[in-house]
Design a binder for this molecule. Structure first.
Ligand code: GLU
Length: 272
């Protein structure tokens, strides 16, 4: 089977070195296998999405010397998210949740792989149709439905899916067409991605994505969670505030091809 990888940035902010590294890893894995490297703009974050950034991303990737095929942006695929959410509603595996972040914090729930684990307060109570509601997946029922499932990461090996670490994860966000988990899982399937390549900070999300694939009868890819770039102090680069974006570097006349080579060798350029 032909290897298909993707880079799926959200146009909420400029791309930085960590993004460049991620794009290069995905690009190089596809090219080494004679496969395809896709670019997908994940632009369903409501007012946080800035459409003008998509063009900047394309210029950044070109400057790094990458070649890609662009697939339709998420904002053009809302009907598929709606249909999948409806399938989960019909299967009786989701419920409406009107809790606000403040209300959830006030319950002092435990911390899981991705922040606070929602304690399921709305699971068994009728919800007020006047309030904005999210749709949450009932993880225990969903796991019972599918039994044990496995996924494979090229670096970590075989992994038993354990999405309970997320609690009842949001599938459709309040006033937004889908959550990251639902949209990315559906899109990877629709785009024929065979190797989901991204940073290891998203490793835990793959437990949820694997479960969604099983529930929605989607093809199951392999994963490659690459390590994150660290600066000279061992801090995650993504956490570093105020470092120049790829666009800043490009506009300042830095050599993108050389930067890409440095990133391949993990030698961080000056000023990171
Ligand atoms: N849009 C997501 C991000 O920018 C993509 C994550 C993924 O590669 O699945 O973090």
């Amino acid at each position: 089977m032909q290897t298909v990888t993707r880079f799926a940035p959200s146009p909420n902010g400029h791309l930085h070195l960590g993004h460049a590294f991620s794009a290069i890893v995905a690009h190089d894995l596809a090219k080494a296998a004679g496969g395809r490297f896709l670019l997908r703009i994940e632009d369903i974050d409501g007012p946080r999405s800035r459409p003008e950034l998509a063009d900047e991303f394309r210029r950044d990737l070109e400057w790094l010397g990458l070649e890609w095929e662009e697939v339709p942006a998420q904002s053009t695929r809302l009907a598929s998210y709606e249909a999948a959410a409806e399938q989960l509603v019909q299967a009786g595996l989701v419920y409406s949740c009107t809790c606000t972040r403040k209300e959830i914090e006030a319950i002092e729930p435990r911390r899981g792989a991705d922040g606070l684990v929602y304690p399921g307060s709305c699971r068994d109570r009728p919800h007020d149709p006047g309030k904005p509601a999210a749709l949450r997946l009932d993880i225990d029922s969903a796991m019972e439905r599918v039994g044990e499932i496995i996924w494979t990461d090229e670096i970590a090996g075989s992994v038993i899916a354990d999405p309970r670490e997320f609690g009842d994860v949001v599938i459709v966000r309040k006033e937004l067409p889908a959550s990251y988990h639902l949209a990315a899982t559906l899109d990877d399937a629709a785009d024929g991605v065979t190797l989901v390549t991204r940073g290891e900070d998203l490793f835990a999300s793959s437990h949820v994505h694997r479960l969604l694939q099983e529930l929605l009868k989607l093809p199951v890819p392999r994963w490659h969670h690459h390590r994150l770039l660290l600066d000279e102090n061992g801090e995650k680069l993504a956490k570093r505030r105020g470092s120049p974006s790829l666009a800043d570097r490009r506009i300042a006349g830095e050599d993108g091809l050389m930067l890409a080579e440095q990133l391949r060798l993990q030698e961080l350029p000056v000023g990171t």
